[in-house]
Design a protein around this ligand. Structure first.
Ligand code: COA
Length: 187
């Protein structure tokens, strides 16, 4: 009855562990390393950035708040071996989005090691296991070689060009369905 009585709701954000990563709830200590990532023009080329530290703090509040509002959201990504902050990953949705999106951002010195794919794979599996969604999409800018590569490596199917808001206008839409994902994981 906490919603009716106005009492605060205690929310437990799930933790997902993969071979090399821990996807976990955000912490205040993530602000500095995430702000460093968000200050990097190359990392933020397709993410409407760069952002300063205050912008990063607001973004983390937004990403953490999605769990309260929607029951899913984006995790902080931690290196399982060292505990270092490596970025963010998870499921995202906002008004105007063409569907529930798998999204990821990895610290630039760790690109091209399969970590983006690993984080997205775990996010999609968590989504289909936990949420009543039958399709998960992603729609990277058509020039974003990294995220187009992740989508292809995950076996997501190219659906055509997508348009949404902000810098995501010239995007490629990929999707996977609950059925396809179950078949791929089983194979
Ligand atoms: C998108 C991003 C997360 C990719 O992460 P990553 O860990 O480097 O990706 P992976 O190593 O899992 O690579 C997946 C595939 O894409 C390919 N790829 C990755 N980056 C690439 C690049 N810059 N150019 C060409 N291919 C690339 C890889 O070779 C791999 O293909 P393979 O499986 O055939 O070998 C990373 O580039 C990033 O953080 N970019 C900035 C944030 C961003 O734009 N996020 C996407 C918006 S949601």
């Amino acid at each position: 009855m906490s919603g009716l009585s106005g009492e605060p709701t205690v929310l437990v954000v799930p933790t997902v562990v993969t071979d090399r990563l821990i996807l976990r709830c955000w912490r205040p200590a993530d602000i500095d390393p995430y702000a460093a990532m968000n200050a990097d023009e190359e990392t933020m080329r397709y993410l409407n950035g760069p952002f300063d530290r205050a912008g990063t703090e607001r973004l983390i509040t937004h990403l953490a708040g999605m769990w309260v509002l929607l029951g899913y959201g984006m995790w902080a990504v931690e290196d399982k071996a060292t505990g270092e902050f490596l970025g963010r990953a998870g499921l995202y949705y906002a008004d105007g989005w063409p569907g529930v999106e798998v999204a990821v951002s990895i610290r630039r010195d760790r690109w091209r090691q399969g970590l983006g794919t690993e984080a997205c794979r775990a996010s999609i599996t968590w989504g289909f296991t936990t949420l009543p969604v039958d399709e998960i999409i992603t729609f990277p800018n058509r020039d974003n070689a990294g995220m187009n590569g992740v989508a292809r490596t995950l076996g997501m199917v190219f659906q055509g060009e997508a348009s949404a808001i902000g810098p995501w206008r010239d995007s490629n839409l990929y999707s996977t369905t609950r059925e396809k994902w179950a078949a791929a994981i089983g194979s």
